[in-house]
Design a protein around this ligand. Structure first.
Ligand code: TXA
Ligand code: MG
Length: 300
């Protein structure tokens, strides 16, 4: 079946009318609704099967929109915004009362991000208010990096899909907080080094195995295909596995690019693979965001 692509004017109108629209960003596709429409936001949780205690990121097209959604903005926010906005960075800030509690899952804060994808920013401008948008995938499934992935997960159950082709980064944004100290809540394409260079002070890495993690989303099973992910550091270790388990249906991957990760997970499931064997090269090991997603997927 052909999926219901829409153009930017239709997408904006659908959102204004309380419908959900998936749209491209430079990281992954988002499932968007107006930040000020609680009924539409409720539909996001239902469509994704998302736990109610997992807050949503608010997407802006201009810093002028900030007073609508946040307060008590620290100076360091502007330094980071100057360097990394628009781009794959989400900064957690104190929430304005006008923002529905559904957005923040009742936390006193919200994550704010200005996407670099021109279609995403144009859509926010057309709607005229910031958009909440989690990744456009069923909860617990790999994120969507093409409009076809969104269609696989939601079919005709959402208002429309704005097709911007494959996403540039293919891994979700880096999520950080500045208080009580600079901390990376979720690694992404903006690296710890880049952040530290700009702020001139160290960032901590959040412990996501804590019972109450700073970023609620990190405690859930995530990013995982049905196939079992197995990571190997050496060809020898991989060969030993192959010899021990000769009869599995499997995909064999080496030198994985972050942008291909979720498409690969989805393909392995479409092909009913039992397992995905990944040989981690030194350059993959250096990519904190990629390894975070791979390790989490391999643990589930
Ligand atoms: O790249 C991205 O960030 C994509 C695109 C669509 O922008 N969005 C995305 O959203 O990945 P989602 O909902 O799949 O992940 C948001 C993450 C979750 O882990 C959530 O717990 C965390 O951000 N988060 C959101 N608001 C937060 C807050 N106020 N405090 C701490 N963590 C927060
Ligand atoms: Mg997600």
């Amino acid at each position: 079946m052909q999926f219901q692509k829409c153009n930017i004017n239709q997408a904006a109108e659908l959102i204004q009318n309380g419908e959900l629209v998936a749209f491209p960003t430079e990281t992954v596709y988002g499932l968007g609704a107006s930040v000020f429409q609680p009924d539409a936001i409720r539909k996001i949780y239902t469509a994704k099967g998302r736990p109610q205690d997992n807050p949503l990121i608010v997407h802006i097209s201009s810093l002028k929109q900030l007073p609508l959604i946040v307060k008590e903005i620290p100076e360091e926010f502007y330094l980071l915004a100057q360097n990394f906005f628009p781009g794959p960075l989400t900064i957690v800030l104190p929430k304005q009362e006008a923002v529905p509690d559904l957005v923040s899952a009742s936390l006193p804060t919200i994550g704010v991000r200005m996407p670099a994808h021109p279609l995403a920013r144009r859509l926010i401008e057309r709607v005229g208010v910031p958009l909440v948008a989690p990744s456009a995938n069923l909860s617990g499934k790999p994120s969507s990096t093409t409009a076809e992935h969104v269609w696989e997960d939601f079919g005709g159950k959402i208002g429309g899909i704005l097709d911007g082709g494959p996403c540039q980064y293919g891994i979700e944004s880096t999520v950080i907080t500045l208080v009580p100290q600079p901390t990376i809540l979720r690694p992404g394409s903006i690296t710890q080094q880049q952040l530290e260079r700009v702020l001139g002070r160290p960032f901590a890495r959040a412990c996501n195995h804590a019972e109450k993690p700073l970023s609620p989303g990190m405690k859930y099973r995530h990013y995982a295909p049905a196939a079992k992910i197995r990571l190997f550091d050496t060809q020898h270790a991989l060969d030993v596995h192959l010899e021990k388990y000769p009869n599995q249906r499997r995909a064999l991957i080496s030198a994985l690019e972050p942008a291909d990760l979720y498409a690969l997970f989805r393909k392995a499931d479409a092909d009913s693979q039992d397992e995905i064997l990944i040989l981690c090269t030194p350059s993959m090991r250096q990519n904190a965001a990629l390894m975070n997603r791979l390790i989490r997927a391999s643990e589930s």
